[in-house]
Design a protein around this ligand. Sequence first.
Ligand code: FE2
Ligand code: FE2
Length: 138
Amino acid sequence: MQHNKYINRLFDMIKDALKGERYDFIKYKNLMELTDNKEIIENIRYAYLDEGKHYKMFLEIFKDLTSEIIEVPAPEVEKCRLIDGIKTGIQGELKAVELYRQIRAMLDSKKHRDMLFEIITDEQEHATRFVYLYSMLK
Ligand SMILES: [Fe+2]
Ligand SMILES: [Fe+2]
């Protein structure tokens, strides 16, 4: 890692990732409360639990790089209908994949790149689950 500008850009992207993970964690918790259907809840719960894991992983990466422990405040998440939440969830997951691919390309260590690979493949799985739920609900 060379220039300050480059490093600051990486840190900003990791902060965006942390915000996004917290947002999705809260959003998916809200969505699970909108239905009694076990299959729907089960599929959302996979994503919900992963976002909690991802949040911790990004915190660890940030701490490894800066020796700083940061906290991202819980963002405001608007309530929405289940099907709308699932639909925006598909787009959100795919956008996260794009951001995380950029972050991965900027990380040097194998440990961090492997962590991003795990997170990226999780998000791709979430998108697939949500596409399934969307086709079920519409
Ligand atoms: Fe995530
Ligand atoms: Fe996700």
